[in-house]
Design a binder for this molecule. Sequence first.
Ligand SMILES: NC(=O)C1=CN([C@@H]2O[C@H](COP(=O)(O)OP(=O)(O)OC[C@H]3O[C@@H](n4cnc5c(N)ncnc54)[C@H](OP(=O)(O)O)[C@@H]3O)[C@@H](O)[C@H]2O)C=CC1
Ligand SMILES: CC(=O)N[C@@H](CCC(=O)OP(=O)(O)O)C(=O)O
Length: 342
Amino acid sequence: MAVRAAVAGASGYAGGELLRLLLAHPGVEIGALTGNSNAGQKLGALQPHLLPLAGRVLEPTTPEVLAGHDVVFLALPHGQSAAVAEQLGPDVLVIDMGADFRLKDAGDWERFYGSPHAGTWPYGLPELPGARAALQGSRRVAVPGCYPTAVSLALFPAYAAALAEPEAVIVAASGTSGAGKAAKPHLLGSEVMGSMSPYGVGGLHRHTPEMMQNLGAVAGEPVTVSFTPTLAPMPRGILATCTAKAKPGVTAEAVRAAYEKALADEPFVHLLPEGQWPATASVYGSNAVQVQVAYDAAAGRIIAISAIDNLAKGTAGGAVQSMNLALGLDETTGLTTIGVAP
Ligand SMILES: NC(=O)C1=CN([C@@H]2O[C@H](COP(=O)(O)OP(=O)(O)OC[C@H]3O[C@@H](n4cnc5c(N)ncnc54)[C@H](OP(=O)(O)O)[C@@H]3O)[C@@H](O)[C@H]2O)C=CC1
Ligand SMILES: CC(=O)N[C@@H](CCC(=O)OP(=O)(O)O)C(=O)O
């Protein structure tokens, strides 16, 4: 029997991508769809690509509207999920696509998000060691940030095999949909087209502590992360270039073997054949993650590169993958590794 799922934030980018995936999920019936400023509007006016739902009207995001569902997805701005989640019963599967429940350290949360910490839920990145077990049967899931998804999947094999020193340097490019639908001056077409630019430089980006949390847990020691995000003139996609100094005695063969071992059984994370490199175009619209790794012997550094679709594996796809695990379904149900090209 299908589970009934509500989507709060159905007018946004993350909510829209989630609905695209849920429409193709054989085990889900789509229930209430809610918005904020767009409550009362037809979904067809806001998400014209979701034809089967075009006539559905957005309701306000209230506990009454969200009641009576088996699963509630929260695709709301940071800091808005906790108040909604506490109104939902313990038997309801609540999947937060925002940041509210990702961080374990309350000090980190307060420093980067500037509000009181709401708590910590099982983390929806099943590929990390121990994460699948925590998600199975859980009734609360914190979906990772898009950059931490790309970076953690690129680097965790190196830390799991104790090949890298605990200081990573990351430069990642994101498509503009990562910033959400709300209009922002630096995201006007004329500013973004034909240009790439950095932002959040110098340890300021709020995803930095999330990356440190993930990599530190795998390494078994604190891992420092220097993270520089950049904005790229494309609607979707993240390309993360991650490097870390190799521990003494590490060889190219050992690095390759560690990645092959860590990723061998993953349905969505693909270590590319040697000589091929990840590209955002290859994962457009799919839940796949492309990873490649190299050892730069002259610099003594491991270089791991990943490509994801920020809206798919980076948020909505990751949310569906986690839902499947929480409900005891096959982890891949309703998700594809097939992209769109050219
Ligand atoms: N875009 C991305 O690549 C990723 C996004 N996420 C997360 O998903 C969440 C949604 O992001 P995204 O879809 O990009 O953002 P959008 O700005 O595109 O959408 C935000 C959604 O939240 C609703 N909303 C806004 N304010 C409130 C409020 N005060 N109370 C209730 N609902 C509100 C909006 O409704 P309305 O339009 O009706 O005002 C809209 O449906 C965020 O937490 C984001 O961090 C996570 C990973 C990647
Ligand atoms: C290009 C861009 O602006 N990207 C967003 C991150 C994407 C995202 O939404 O991540 P969260 O789930 O943590 O919000 C940013 O850098 O703030």
